[in-house]
Design a protein around this ligand. Structure first.
Ligand code: PLP
Length: 376
């Protein structure tokens, strides 16, 4: 099988498994226990916190471990809802956010918050003028704009967006779940107050995430209890998974410095060039310039993704139509609609997403298989 669905999830890296194993077997103690074995486990969590902080240019005490990216997003949105209050406040998100931002902000709107969604241009990038108009410095508020989109890989003008919101005195959150481990993500360069991370998008297991909370930013915990994670997320820590997330962060930092990420972009370009040569009609979607190196978002006019996918699966390629969350739902993805695609174009789109494990031979074979499958 050729796996081209790395934006849905990634294979757990063997080094991550090795790092986790001791904490599933011999070193299984509670990190809050005062004896030496407990302290050893606590030190492993501290080490993972440093590894995750290093990946995004944060300080370790700004990292909170969570159960997943969805939880990180919900924690921030709920806390900020309390912080800004319902009366006279405003919330601004983009039309292309993941459901893990859209659904919680819809829930806010349902109880009376003023929530506005800002459009993107045809290339999938945020309309900054509209954002500027939507942000109102006479009202308390927050914005939540994703760093990179999960369907297209398009990188948002987040520095500009964050600066506009900060200039209005607003809080700024970014869902960086599809950016971390794929492009440099530095909280010391972009003025965000909160940033969400999910482990399974960069070779840690599913079911572990992190939330960056800039020092000095007010935060109201969603889960209260024993005060773990600096009181921001109580509950006995998921030690093996946290250690795994730390190791994955360290691996991605290495990949960034040794050219591993550039290699993925070269393979993605090879895939697009090959498909362009072999298919009579094909369109590549989203900004060419501002995108993660691992996604090819491809429309094949006259074809229907829902029909292509089972054929591709049978022929040895695992990939998605639009986003994994939309698979099986008979409606065009909201991201493609926001980019102005016709229903026909949206339904003919495939998302092919690569990872550090994708090989050149796999890309070449994928080009052949897709070309043959689409011919029928
Ligand atoms: N946000 C984005 C942009 C995503 O791509 C995903 C995963 O698909 C999520 C949030 C949810 O993350 P998790 O699966 O860790 O809950």
């Amino acid at each position: 099988m050729i796996y081209l669905d790395s934006n849905a999830t990634t294979q757990v890296h063997p080094r991550v498994v090795d790092a986790m194993m001791p904490y599933l077997t011999g070193v299984w103690y509670n990190p809050s226990s005062g004896y030496a074995a407990g302290r050893e486990v606590k030190a492993a969590i501290a080490n993972a916190r440093e590894q995750v902080a290093a990946l995004i240019g944060a300080s370790p005490d700004e990292i909170v471990f969570t159960g997943c990216g969805t939880e990180s997003n919900s924690m921030v949105i709920k806390s900020l809802a309390r912080e800004i209050g319902r009366k006279s406040s405003k919330v601004v998100v983009s039309e292309i956010e993941h459901s893990a931002v859209l659904r919680p902000t819809e829930a806010m709107a349902a109880v009376g918050f003023d929530v506005e969604r800002v459009d993107v241009h045809e290339d999938g990038r945020l309309n900054l003028e509209q954002l500027s108009d939507a942000i109102d410095d006479s009202r308390p508020g927050f914005s939540s704009i994703m760093w990179a989109n999960n369907e297209t890989g398009v990188i948002q003008p987040l520095a500009e967006a964050a600066e506009i919101a900060k200039a209005a005195g607003w809080w700024v959150h970014t869902d960086a779940i599809q950016a971390v481990g794929k492009v440099p993500v530095r909280v010391d360069e972009i003025p965000v107050d909160f940033l969400s991370i999910s482990g399974h998008k960069f070779h840690a297991p599913k079911g572990v995430g992190a939330l960056f909370i800039r020092n000095g930013t007010p935060f109201e915990p969603m889960i209260r209890g024993g005060g773990q994670e600096g009181g921001h997320r109580s509950g006995t820590e998921n030690v093996p998974y946290i250690v795994g997330l730390g190791e994955a962060a360290a691996i991605m930092l290495e990949e960034m410095s040794n050219g591993g990420l550039d290699r993925i972009a070269v393979l993605r370009d090879r895939l697009e060039t090959g498909l362009g040569e072999r298919l009579n009609r094909v369109e590549f979607n989203g900004s060419r310039e501002h995108r993660t190196g691992n996604v090819a978002h491809v429309s094949i006019p006259g074809k229907v993704a829902a029909e292509m996918l089972p054929k591709l699966d049978a022929a040895g390629i695992q990939c998605s139509a639009g986003s994994a969350c939309m698979t099986g739902k008979n409606q065009p993805s909201h991201v493609q609609k926001a980019m102005g695609f016709s229903d026909e174009k949206a339904f003919s789109s495939l998302r092919l997403s690569l990872s550090i494990f994708t090989t050149e031979a796999e890309v070449d074979e994928a080009i052949n298989i897709i070309a043959e499958t689409v011919k029928d």
